[in-house]
Write a protein that binds this ligand. Structure first.
Ligand SMILES: Cc1cc2nc3c(=O)[nH]c(=O)nc-3n(C[C@H](O)[C@H](O)[C@H](O)COP(=O)(O)O)c2cc1C
Length: 303
């Protein structure tokens, strides 16, 4: 039988949420889900209709499928939407206008995949995949190690996408920093063996790339636009990875990112009920909120 306390917990999901540019009618967030229905990277009217239906269903915040930034090898699939170029951005403009007409709120999830396996179709980008050290798995090369220029250009491409998200009228943006893609490849010692300022023995040192991305995006959108960062301990390459093994390591990881401009940490777990560290039943999102003081989103097997 449900207790009053249980009902109050559920009721909290239906309260509005306001933070900077985000004004949500409830706290239910649609997870970002890749679809690959955007031919040559351009979102079609079907994509607009898909997101509009979610707004009509009254989800509080829609996060788009991962949409890639302007780097030659940011994607491994031609039909994954771009978040650059006039045609793709015109498609996204239709999406956000339609979502707003239906009373919804939405953020694009801005993505660079990093070093990837080729997609099942065998399609390859025009340039080799790029990542911190060229590894697709620990010890296994699948692309090239980024030069200083590659890193600077990638940070600039994230910032440009952030400015475009705001200009098109999105309510917020999310950086995909989870699941073993580019930003996460820098966090993970298994894929980041750099010895320069973007590498290092500690997670805090390896966070420099993520911090610089967030700083550049914050500079591009100003103080009042909400920035969400999605993180995960686990990697698609290895579910057992735990980047932060203690609350202290978590704090050293998150607080520089918060100082750089993150407003909300989106904490991706495979099972939301699993405690992050021994001695507390707080999950990843619970701990992230506790150590950073920021709002958090939880996800993973909730349905
Ligand atoms: C088909 C599919 C596509 C996904 N694409 C993305 C994505 O583009 N970006 C992302 O951060 N997570 C992606 N995810 C992960 C989901 O956002 C979510 O974290 C995951 O499905 C766990 O939640 P669930 O157990 O409720 O499905 C995807 C998941 C699925 C099933």
């Amino acid at each position: 039988m449900k207790t009053l306390a249980d009902l109050e917990k559920v009721e909290a999901l239906f309260r509005p949420f306001d933070l900077k540019s985000l004004h949500l009618r409830n706290r239910i967030v649609m997870a970002p889900m890749t679809r690959a229905f955007s031919p040559q990277g351009v979102p079609t009217d079907d994509v607009t209709a898909y997101y509009r239906r979610r707004a009509e269903g009254e989800v509080g915040l829609i996060l788009s499928e991962g949409t890639v930034i302007d780097r030659p090898a940011s994607s491994n699939e031609p039909n994954i939407p771009h978040f650059y170029g006039d045609q793709a951005l015109a498609g996204w403009k239709k999406v956000i206008d339609s979502v707003h007409q239906a009373g919804g709120a939405m953020a694009p999830q801005l993505w660079h995949m990093g070093v990837m396996q080729p997609s099942q179709s065998g399609w390859l980008p025009s340039q080799p995949f790029e990542g911190p050290s060229g590894y697709v798995m620990p010890g296994q090369t699948g692309g090239v190690a980024m030069t200083d220029t590659d890193i600077a250009d990638t940070i600039a491409a994230f910032a440009k996408a952030a400015a475009d998200a705001k200009r098109l009228g999105f309510d917020s943006l999310e950086i995909h920093g989870a699941h073993g893609y580019l930003v996460d490849q820098f966090f993970w010692e298994g894929l980041n063996t750099r010895t320069d300022a973007f590498g290092g023995k500690t997670l805090a040192e390896r966070s420099r790339f993520g911090v610089e991305v967030v700083k550049a995006m914050r500079a591009a959108v100003g103080d009042d636009f909400a920035i969400i960062l999605r993180l995960s301990q686990w990697k698609q390459q290895d579910f057992t990875v735990q980047l932060a093994k203690t609350p202290q390591e978590l704090e050293a990881w998150l607080n520089p990112l918060a100082d750089a401009g993150v407003d909300i940490f989106h904490c991706s777990q495979r099972r939301f009920w699993e405690a992050e560290f021994e001695g507390s039943d707080l999950n990843f999102a619970g701990w992230a909120k506790k150590v950073s003081g920021k709002a958090t989103i939880t996800v993973g097997s909730i349905g």
